[in-house]
Design a protein around this ligand. Structure first.
Ligand SMILES: [Zn+2]
Length: 152
């Protein structure tokens, strides 16, 4: 795990997408899938909008990217997400064979990379991406904090 990278512009796009999801009443989490220097999918959380408990930003973006590429394997693709992925999304990232995972804030309550089940380190995980955490961390945490403060 490598920490403290400078926030790349792809994470800025993920943060913008997170902010828009928040404006739509969703939990403000955003995700971008990139191949080379090309953005092939962006998505925010859509669980409320779609009435779909699996419509996390990562899954929505992975589906869109896979459709665009025409393959269920996103080889050579990198995924940027503003919050540490949950167990479901970590599983999907593994199945999709994502090359690198960049995420912002850690999620001790729901995360599955450095928190909880630490899926990529488990013996039942057959593909683990390279993981870079803490990218855009403070902005990601600020969006979530503001969102939940307004809701209390
Ligand atoms: Zn998730």
């Amino acid at each position: 795990m490598i920490r403290g990278l400078k926030a790349p512009s792809f994470m800025d796009l993920a943060l913008k997408t997170a902010e828009n999801a928040g404006k739509a009443g969703e939990v403000p989490i955003g995700c971008v899938v990139v191949r080379g220097y090309e953005v092939i999918a962006t998505a925010g959380n859509r669980t409320l909008t779609d009435h779909d408990p699996t419509a996390h930003a990562e899954l929505v973006a992975l589906r869109e990217a896979a459709k665009k590429i025409g393959s269920e394997r996103l080889v050579d693709c990198d995924l940027y997400v503003t919050l540490e992925p949950c167990t479901m999304c970590a599983g999907a990232i593994s199945f999709a064979r994502v090359r690198r995972l960049y995420y912002g804030a850690a999620d001790p309550k729901g995360g599955a990379v450095e928190s909880g089940v630490r899926f990529f380190a488990s013996p039942t995980c057959h593909h683990a991406p390279d993981v870079y955490s803490g990218v855009g961390e403070s902005e990601s945490a600020r969006l979530l904090k503001e969102f939940f403060r307004e809701r209390r």
